[in-house]
Ligand binder design. Structure first.
Ligand SMILES: [Zn+2]
Length: 92
């Protein structure tokens, strides 16, 4: 491949989080281990494979926080949709 040519590769596309394994790969850190379980902290490990995070309910907490944010965004969007009608009723 020529120098300077953009190259698509799956790890580059999907593995962008600054996990310890990625930081070691980029020369920014010496130790790739997870601070919770001492396993290799890859993106997959952080997102769904850390047994300690699972046992502490961290994945459930994260899941619920994402749903809470989505619910708030939906409520905000509905408020924006309802608000013009409410204003019209007040003006009558
Ligand atoms: Zn871990």
């Amino acid at each position: 491949m020529r120098s300077g040519t953009w190259r698509h590769s799956e790890p580059d596309l999907y593995d962008l989080l600054p996990s310890n394994a990625n930081l070691v790969r980029k020369g920014m850190k010496d130790d790739p281990t997870c601070s919770l379980c001492q396993g290799k902290q890859t993106t997959e490990h952080v997102l769904s494979s850390c047994k300690v995070a699972l046992s502490q309910g961290r994945y459930t907490w994260r899941h619920n926080r994402v749903l809470q944010e989505l619910a708030m965004a939906i409520c905000d969007a509905q408020a924006l949709l309802v608000q013009p009608k409410a204003r019209a009723l007040i003006a009558i």
